[in-house]
Design a protein around this ligand. Sequence first.
Ligand code: KG4
Ligand code: ZN
Length: 361
Amino acid sequence: MYILAVDTSADETAVAVTEGRKIISNVTYSQILIHKAWGGIVPSLAKRAHQERIDLVIEEASCKFLKYKAIPFNKSKALEKTMSLIGAVAVTQGPGLAVALEVGIQKIKEIAKKYNQPLISVNHLEGHIYSCFAQNRKGNPDSDIKFPYLALLVSGGHTELVFLKDHLSYEILGETVDDAAGEALDKAAKLLGFGYPGGPVIERLAKEVKNKDVYKLPRPMKKSNDLNFSYSGLKTALYYLLKKMSTSEKNKNVKLLASSFQEAVFETLLYKTEKAMQKTGVSNLLVGGGVVANKHLRNYIRGLAKKNKGEVLFPPFEYLSGDNAAMIGIVASFKAEREMFIKDPNSIDRIPRYSLSDLGS
Ligand code: KG4
Ligand code: ZN
C-alpha cells in the first residue's frame, strides 16, 4: 500500500510517498537559508515558508511517484492521480513548532477529506527512530528488523534513550533534562562565532584536529545513576573557558575547542547508551535524528555496538538523518497494518510537546 506523508514540524517542508519500508518519492524543501541570518528558526517565517511551499512540495512528490509508476500525467493533476493509487495519508502531529505543524496538519486534513483517504497520525520522534528501517525503491538495504531495540534519538530538539520491545511500543529510559545534544552543538558553534546549524561546522573543525580532546570539558551527569543527559552546563563551561581567552588565542585554538566540546557531548551519549544496554540487556541499537549525520559519532556507536555484541542500524541514506517525510510514511505503514487510523480527520490537532510516552509501551 502506498502512503503519502507530510512533515512540517520545524524548518523543512517535507512530503514523501512510501510503500512499507520503501521510499518511492521524497521531497524536502529546506528553509535553512531563511533562518540562517537569525541564528535559529523564526516561527513566523517558518509558518509562512511552509504555507508558500506545501502545495508545490506535494505536487513534486506526486510527480516523482507517477514517474516511478510510469504513468503519464499532467502536472496540475498529479496529486489527483496519485490519490487514486494510494491507500492512506499520514502527517506529523508533533512534537515541533506549533505554527509549523499546523500547516501540514491543515493540508493533510483537506486532502484526506477531498480524496476520502484514511488518515494516520505520526509522532516526529517515532519517525526518526523508524528512519533506521528505511529502504530505497529496490528494497535496499535489506536489513532484518530484530526487536527488542534500544533507540538513541539525537536531534536539535531531543536527546532520548528509548526501549522498544516491539513495533510502535516506546518506553523512555532517559532524556535530557535541559538542552538537546544538537542544540548544545549549535550553541557551542555560536559561541565560537559560527552560524546555524552548528553541528556540521563542529564536525568539520574537529576532524581537522583528529577529534582531539585537549580541554577536557566536564561530562555532565556522567556520574548520575539514571539514564538522563544534561548539556546546558557544558555550554556554560565553554562560555567561561572562552571568556578567559584573548581573541587571538580563541581563534588559534578554535578547532581544538570545537573538538573538545564535541568529545564531551559524544562521550556522555556513549556512556549512557552503554549503561542502558547493560540495564536492559538489549544490545541492538537504532540511532536517529539530525546529529547522527555526524560520521565520527557513527564510528563511536559502531564501536560500542561491537563491544557489546550488538547490531546497530542508522538511517541508511544521508538525507534521512535530518527531518524528512519518508520516515513518517514508514511509521505510518506499520500503523496501517494495525489499522491505526484517525476516525475523524477533523479531530486531529497539533501536539507541540507530543512525547513518545504518550503513545504507550
Ligand atoms: O533532526 P533534526 O534535523 O531536527 C530536529 O528535529 O531537531 O536535527 C537538527 C540538529 C541540529 O542541532 C544540527 O546542528 C544537528 O542536528 N546536526 C549535526 C550534524 N548535522 C546536523 N550535528 C552533528 N554533526 C552533524 N554532521
Ligand atoms: Zn527532527
